[in-house]
Unconditional design. Sequence first.
Length: 283
Amino acid sequence: MNREIIDINDYTILLEEASTDNSLIDSCFFDEPVIAIAFYGAGNVGLKVKFDGKTKEFHHTKGMVLSFYADDKVAFEHQVSRLKPLQCLVIATTIRSIDKLPNGEGQFLEKFLHQLVHPKDHYVEGPVFNMSPEMFLIVEQFFSNTYEGEIKMMFYKSHITALLSHYFGQLAKQQHTTLNTSQLEKINLAQEILLSDLENPPSLTELANRIGTNTNKLKIEFKAQFGVPVFKYLQNERLKKAYHLIKNEQKTIQEAAWAVGYDSLGSFSNAFEKKFGYRPSQA
């Protein structure tokens, strides 16, 4: 397990990674009451939140953003296994520090996370949704950067600001587009289906049929939930997986392209460069 705690301005940043060949429970507590936003990267680790004899469970955490208020009576348990490693970035602050936050974040916390700023229990949950591709990419960069010292702190400061701007921007959009619970479950199921077979995903019509809706609703509501159209989301996930295969598993460019459904190396290389800013051969 690797846990890094960084104090930046009036934020505390927690970067946590854990993996195992078997299974383990990684527990996390806060010494004082905090308002926090947790961003879950690759791994789809299981999460249990325990307080006052209650347990809230999350089974599909990959790409999830969870906002909450928690005091020292709350325990967060991550269930880590070989196929579900932990990768979590938490941005936390205290209620007394809200007015001191840079860039006006305090007013956004008050506006969008009012129930967390004025808590009525040991644990209060705010909005839960999936990261946009832009947010996911920033979170990945926190776990892959190799900077040291003052340069590393500069990186953290700039990227925390960028990540929070995307986060509050997503909340602002959601105020205008609200999906009912049934439709939200269908859209999340559509996401799971796409992620389960990146190499041979279903067509838009097949996907709509499998979740019990029509293609028009699927397109509108998928974009409302994830911030991008279905095809763009699929392309982003394919390229992120290809990046991981090349960078972390030492796969060849050809192998990575085939693994995510690209038959043409030229098309794959062009899409990769458009997303990451460099060719796969430079990864």
